[in-house]
Design a protein around this ligand. Sequence first.
Ligand code: ATR
Length: 274
Amino acid sequence: MSDRYCVFGNPVAHSKSPAIHALFATQCRQDLTYDTVLAPLDGFAGAVQEFVAAGGRGANVTLPFKEEACALCDRLSDRAARAGAVNTLSFAGGAIAGDNTDGAGLVRDIEANLGFPLAGRRILLLGAGGAARGAVAPLLACGPQTLAIANRTGDKAARLAAQFADLAAVDAGNYADFAGRSFDVVINATSASLSGATLPLPDGAFAPGSLAYDMMYGRGETPFLAQARARGAGRCADGLGMLVEQAAEAFLVWRDVRPETAPVLAALRAQIAA
Ligand code: ATR
């Protein structure tokens, strides 16, 4: 029987993970199945137990369960503990191991796929929720010149920065606090575009040749990237590459083989544009 994997979420029907992992499995000749599981909002732990009892080997976790998944684990990787959230579960020997591949996926997309090394760069991270928190340590590990966090609620950015004070000094504030400062990379980790809102980006945030990166993606240009382009960002990238890279990293955790991501990303891009 094939090894079973799934993604837990609510909602989850829209998830591209089954398609991505099916392509990885074919490419790497791995005998596995990967499905979506709609977990009840108040029944995540039960859904995981059921999947484990049915022989599940591993799972991804998406909104809104990443923090709850973290609490459920018997063991956490360092990067999951730092993120305070888990997107990758492995089930073996009656124990649940948790990892977080989101930040690694972000960094790999920026550095390897986009060819934009982060060492020595000035990075501005927008947002201070779960998506931003998962990105901080992986970004710091790249050795940027500075990392700053801007959030609508400045206090929340300051609290987030303080959690990483042992790794590096991270600047934090609200958007206006960064007026007059320029950055080489500006990463949108907010959920503002879900409500159609644009961000109060500080003037001059985008240095010449800078990269604007949106963790979100969609059929057309995202609101943040449209805003970034109008304000002089040199390059714009959406989060589809991050999605594929975090999946590849999860596949590596489970199967000990790293799939080629370029053909999978190209297939997904074509599917979205169709
Ligand atoms: P996620 O897990 O996706 O990061 P979250 O924890 O709810 O979701 O965090 C959402 C982030 O988007 C927060 O940084 C939030 O700012 P606040 O902390 O000030 O609430 C940000 N955000 C959401 N809507 C926004 C908007 N319209 N303008 C600016 N920031 C917004």
